[in-house]
Design a protein around this ligand. Structure first.
Ligand SMILES: NC(=O)c1ccc[n+]([C@@H]2O[C@H](COP(=O)([O-])OP(=O)(O)OC[C@H]3O[C@@H](n4cnc5c(N)ncnc54)[C@H](OP(=O)(O)O)[C@@H]3O)[C@@H](O)[C@H]2O)c1
Length: 385
């Protein structure tokens, strides 16, 4: 039996993980759950599984939960709560489904204490992925990607020597505006932007998918996770979301990873690795499918993709700067403070104008501080505009 903690239990990744574990309770046990704002939902989940450790963001929520919970549990709060839970000895696997850079705290401490970390969060990888890999190597922890594309690459790359690989090809669904003319972009509403055609995800990543910033982040994630040169990573639009990753080998072969678009598949892979377990999931009807579609992404319509390559080429803290700016810009768009077409404008301006100070990236609190400063810088740019 593996003891699992789910960081970000009330989110899309968190709920998919809980659903998977519910159906596989003979092998996995939920021993910890965390959430930020959906406290009632967290309480309900905790009651269902009688979870012994719970972490919330605010002290008041922790107090309220303590009085309303029908059983005895250890209820922690804040950054220290995340650290304590991630460091507990009895945990085997930490699933990182928190959105945003705050996920760095549980990710770092779970890796430092040698746990398996099944990471969906991309903000941490983009910001300090190389450092996190070092931490994992030192403690003997496993850092396994849950993002479907990186899970696909992780699976494909195990079978081939790195020197045989010419290219990593990431697939993007194209999001909801792949066919929308550019002139209509200023009118796009948050409601339209979060209705993704193939995946059901949190709001932030849904907007990132609509701008293709998400795909740009995935390019950076692949570069960092697999130590692969940026110029050898490509993106193609694949609206069916069935092929999640392609590797092109030097002998002309292409290996594709194909699965139904369901996050429970990469989650289950990361939980069960190196084993595989049967999944109750609808099969792909190959005969019905008839063809697989691939198209070139338009960088004119989706300049965020170009910005990711730019940040990756600049290296150092630039990917972090782009990621931090994006958290602010997407939130401003969701709050209707800026229009959809202005998202790349503010990202590029931050990338060009933010002066990166020298910091120690091996200190996660310094990294979080830098992230905060970039966020404030972008907030000011938006206010001034
Ligand atoms: N969804 C997907 O299919 C998918 C696929 C690949 C990668 N990812 C990545 O996985 C991560 C999660 O995505 P999601 O779609 O599941 O997001 P989501 O639905 O918005 O859920 C985010 C979760 O994180 C918690 N949270 C947010 N900010 C927090 C903070 N400052 N401190 C503590 N907890 C916090 C939320 O708590 P409350 O709800 O209680 O506020 C919620 O449980 C993101 O990094 C995303 O890029 C997601």
């Amino acid at each position: 039996m593996k003891n699992v903690v789910i960081f970000g239990a009330t989110g899309s990744i968190g709920k998919s993980t809980i659903e998977y574990i519910k159906n596989n309770s003979d092998r996995f046990k939920i021993v910890g759950l965390t959430a930020k704002s959906k406290i009632k939902e967290l309480q309900k989940l905790s009651e269902t599984f009688k979870v012994p450790y719970i972490v919330v963001e605010k002290k008041e929520d922790a107090k309220d939960l303590k009085t309303s919970l029908s059983y005895q549990a250890q209820i922690l709060w804040g950054d220290d709560g995340l650290k304590e839970l991630a460091s507990l000895e009895q945990i085997d696997i930490a699933v990182i489904g928190i959105s945003g850079i705050k996920a760095l705290i549980p990710t770092y401490y779970a890796l430092k204490t040698g746990k398996r970390v099944a990471i969906a969060n991309k903000e941490c990888i983009i910001s300090v992925g190389s450092f996190l890999k070092e931490v994992a190597k030192k403690s003997g922890a496993d850092l396994l990607p849950v993002d479907s594309e990186h899970s696909a690459f992780f699976q494909l790359l195990q079978k081939e020597k790195k020197e045989y690989i010419e290219k990593l090809i990431l697939t993007a669904s194209g999001g909801p505006f792949y066919k929308t003319p550019l002139r209509e972009f200023p009118k796009i509403t948050p409601e339209e932007a979060i209705s993704h055609p193939t995946w059901k995800m949190g709001k932030k990543i849904s907007v990132d998918s609509a701008t293709l910033m998400n795909k740009g982040f995935e390019v950076l994630e692949a570069m960092i996770l697999f130590d692969f040169p940026l110029e050898k990573i490509e993106v193609v639009i694949h609206p069916q979301s069935l092929v999640h990753g392609i590797i092109k080998l030097l002998d002309g072969c292409y290996l594709m990873h194909v699965s139904p678009p369901d996050m429970k598949i990469p989650i289950a892979y990361a939980l069960n690795y190196p084993e595989r377990a049967e999944m109750q999931i609808k099969n792909i009807d190959l005969i019905q499918m008839k063809k697989l579609i691939f198209k070139k992404p338009s960088l004119k319509k989706f300049p965020c993709l170009k910005l990711a390559y730019k940040a990756g080429k600049l290296g150092g803290a630039y990917p972090l700067v782009l990621e931090a700016a994006d958290e602010v810009v997407v939130s401003a768009f969701l709050d209707r403070k800026i229009s959809f077409d202005k998202i790349p404008y503010f990202l590029e301006k931050t990338l060009n104008e933010f002066k990166i100070p020298s910091i120690n990236f091996k200190n996660i609190y310094e990294t979080l501080g830098l992230h905060q400063r970039v966020c404030e810088f972008t907030e000011n740019l938006i206010k001034k505009s």
